[in-house]
Design a protein around this ligand. Structure first.
Ligand code: IMP
Ligand code: MG
Length: 193
């Protein structure tokens, strides 16, 4: 039964009836592996940016969960801002046509910027963000992505920090959604359709 594959989550009858629990497939990255890797990334970022005050730019909404965990493992001066973008396309495929829904609150000229993303799929969203933020003349601009699907990449991008490479499957959990559902899962799982 599908409910046996939901470690850490109690699928209430209401959720099962709503068809939610049955969308949760194989767990690809368990919660403890996420925490271990996020700690490693935070430690690497702290080493690499020592002496350079850092601004993390989280991409709403998916990166929020990863970002808030990551930031607690960064032990150098660090500030936080957010961008929200919408990528036209279907629920599971982005088109590369990106619209800014929320821009940064602060100017980034001359600052060290690290974009924090949940997942790099085709790479089109990130390509747009790198071009857009790059045109504002930051001192440096790098990317930290929790997940990447190399088989789906359409454009070559510099991703300095990557948590996990995953196969070409649509995933949910730890911030990642399918039609806004399942962000709250404490692990990353494949979407079951
Ligand atoms: P890209 O522009 O194709 O690289 O898509 C990037 C955005 O699409 C990510 O920031 C996610 O919001 C979303 N996305 C891509 N793949 C997945 C997935 O497997 N699960 C959930 N969201 C995804
Ligand atoms: Mg999304």
């Amino acid at each position: 039964m599908a409910v046996n594959r939901l470690p850490g989550v109690v699928p209430t009858p209401e959720r099962v009836l709503a068809g939610e629990a049955t969308e949760v497939g194989e767990v690809l990255v368990p919660a403890d592996a996420l925490q271990r890797r996020v700690r490693e990334l935070g430690e690497a970022i702290s080493r690499d940016y020592a002496g350079r005050p850092l601004l993390l730019v989280g991409v709403l909404k998916g990166a929020v969960f990863f970002l808030s965990d990551l930031m607690r493992f960064i032990d150098i001066p660090v500030e936080l801002d957010f961008m929200a973008v919408a990528s036209y396309g279907s629920a599971t495929d982005s088109s590369g046509v990106v619209r800014i829904l929320k821009d940064l609150d602060v100017a980034i000229e001359g600052r060290d910027i690290l974009i924090v993303e949940d997942i790099v799929d085709s790479g089109l969203t990130l390509q747009y963000l790198l071009r857009n933020l790059g045109s504002r003349n930051p001192a440096s601009l790098e990317v930290c992505a929790l997940l990447t699907k190399p088989d789906r990449r359409k454009v070559d991008l510099p991703t300095r920090y990557v948590g996990f490479e995953i196969p070409d499957r649509f995933v949910i959990g730890y911030g990642l959604d399918y039609d806004e559902r399942h962000r709250n899962l404490p692990f990353v799982a494949a979407l079951e359709r």
